[in-house]
Design a protein around this ligand. Structure first.
Ligand code: G6Q
Length: 543
């Protein structure tokens, strides 16, 4: 976001507006909530509790226009190579394109291949779920173990957990990602090999964690059931047929996807096979249809009514003008407890960049914020203290279904009351006068009041978005995930970065490959003093 007319205008707006509080904005305009709420399908987005007025919004939309946002959105949907540093198209949207229209990359329509793999996923997931496809000893495959990491793990893990209510009764899903042997050991001790389907999910099929875990699981299975059982118990999800074959998985048992699907955008592809197995293919398609609905909205809605665009612009407003480089996402829903970890990768791996598309180093503005979160109400009892009384605000997204899938007694009403109360408390705060009056009313004397009163003040004016979905379904979940994907892309466009590469994960991998042989032998190469010392000490401790 280099200095430009819109940026200069936003600076002016910041100087004019930044001392205005949310309470003042609501006092001035009793229609504010209505005015800044968008209803779309089963989703309601209330962004009224954010620090802006119409003039700020105008300047933010000018910023979007200045970056040709509409055209850049079309570039993505049309298969242009917007992943510049890897020279790739970015077409996770094609995976959920049910319009019947073609999508081209390098002059080739990608839709026939996508539909072919979807059909293969349908046939296979139906066969496993019905028991038509069985294990080597004739048992039904009811333990689904996804072996993958990063984008090949977080999406399916988050979605299967979120859609737990839709799982077939006899199915259990497990996810092995960490190279820590504990991840494998703890799953393998719980499952029966005769009833287990291993899904090796790796776009490149070269990722050391995934291949090491897959080899361990393969050895375990072969030991129990023999080499011949592999074809009934192992499938691969990958773009790399050669490596899949080398590993010993029959190509007929491979579900492919393509370079235009980025790892953290891949749950909609074959990488979603564990989802289809857990919740059934029709529900997997519902998830994709929810995402498609959000795609259509993102592509066609005017910028001023466009949910991901508004979220993105407000995020930029906080990040680059208020200097709030942090952001929390709090689903008030137990099933969605892994959504923040999933979004953490989506947001931070996509926009945690400091080189622009034109290869210039970014020195004068901030890109992606730190994203964290957890499920409410649990996190109210952990980090909410900092949200309410820390030295600076943290913009928050609250997400809650209006209707629970488990309406038990008063649970859901209490949950709803809490999410509304937290957003209200963050915004309204509590003044010193209110605190003093409250303490007096409770019978405290002046000396006692003086001692405690400042600790009880809530500054307020802390912004939040509120997302209310009717109910958590595959469709609404698909909508929500796609909404965040598009928010991230919009911010990347404005920050002028490549949101689809991830070079920042490479250096650590290279160094680990150098250190590994040093841990295995007496060899010690040149490192910094600290690393050398740590290697020596670890070797001593391990004997
Ligand atoms: C995501 C990243 C990364 C990737 C993993 C796993 O966008 O590219 O998280 O998904 O490194 O890679 P493989 O699927 O190739 O094993």
């Amino acid at each position: 976001m280099p200095v430009s007319l819109a940026v200069a205008k936003l600076m002016e707006e910041y100087n004019r507006f930044s001392s205005t509080t949310l309470n003042e904005l609501f006092d001035k305009d009793e229609k504010r909530a209505e005015k800044y709420t968008i209803e779309f399908s089963d989703l309601m987005y209330d962004y009224s509790k954010n620090r802006f007025d119409d003039k700020v919004l105008d300047a933010l939309f000018d910023l979007a226009e200045e970056h040709n946002l509409k055209a850049r959105i079309n570039d993505m949907f049309e298969g242009k190579k917007i992943n510049v540093s890897e020279n790739r198209a970015v077409l996770h949207t094609a995976l959920r394109n049910f319009s019947g229209e073609s999508v081209y990359v390098d002059g080739k329509d990608v839709m026939p291949d996508i539909l072919r793999v979807q059909e293969k996923m349908k046939v296979f997931s139906d066969a496993v779920r019905s028991g038509e496809f069985r294990g080597a000893t004739g048992k039904k495959l009811t333990n689904i173990v996804n072996i993958g990491i990063g984008g090949s793990d977080l999406g399916p893990y988050m979605v299967t957990t979120a859609l737990r209510k839709y799982w077939a009764d006899d199915i259990e899903c497990y996810f092995i990602s960490n190279i820590d042997g504990t991840a494998c050991a703890e799953v393998l001790k719980r499952i029966n090999p005769e009833e287990t389907l291993f899904i090796v999910a790796s776009k490149t099929f070269t990722t050391i964690e995934t291949l090491t875990n897959a080899r361990t699981c393969r050895e375990w299975l072969v030991k129990a059931l023999g080499e011949d059982a592999v074809k009934n118990h192992f499938v691969a999800l990958s773009t790399n047929a050669k490596e899949v074959e080398k590993f010993g998985i029959d190509i007929n048992n491979m579900f492919e996807f393509w370079d235009f699907v980025g790892g953290r955008y891949s749950l909609w592809s074959a990488i979603g096979l564990s989802i289809a197995l857990a919740v059934g293919y029709d529900n997997f398609i519902e998830l994709l249809k929810g995402a498609e609905a959000m795609d259509i909205h993102f592509r066609n809605a005017p910028l001023r009514e466009n949910i991901p665009v508004i979220m993105a612009l407000l995020g930029i407003w906080y990040n680059d003008y208020y200097n709030l480089h942090r952001y929390a996402v709090i689903p008030y829903n137990q099933y969605m407890k892994f959504l923040p970890s999933y979004l953490q990768q989506l947001d931070m791996e996509s926009n945690g960049k400091s080189v622009r598309l034109d290869n210039k180093k970014i020195t004068d503005y901030a890109t992606g914020p730190v994203l964290f979160g957890g499920a409410g109400t649990d996190v109210q009892h952990s980090f909410f203290q900092l949200l309410h009384q820390g030295t600076a605000a943290v913009p928050v997204d609250f997400i809650i279904p209006a209707i629970s899938q488990n309406e038990t007694g008063k649970h859901h009403l209490i949950l709803l009351a809490n999410v509304l109360a937290q957003a209200e408390a963050l915004m309204k705060g509590k003044t010193l006068e209110e605190v003093e009056a409250e303490l007096r009313a409770s019978g405290k004397n002046e000396e006692e009041i003086e001692k405690i009163k400042y600790n009880k003040v809530f500054e307020g004016n802390r912004p939040s978005n509120m997302f209310i979905i009717k109910k958590l379904t595959p469709f609404t979940l698909g909508m929500l995930i796609a909404m965040y994907e598009h928010k991230v892309y919009t911010q990347g466009v404005i920050w002028e970065i490549d949101s689809f590469d991830q070079w920042g994960v490479e250096l650590g991998k290279q160094l680990a490959l150098k250190i590994l042989p040093e841990l295995e032998s007496d060899e010690l190469k040149k490192h910094d003093g600290s690393t050398e010392n740590l290697i020596k000490r670890i070797k001593q401790i391990r004997g």
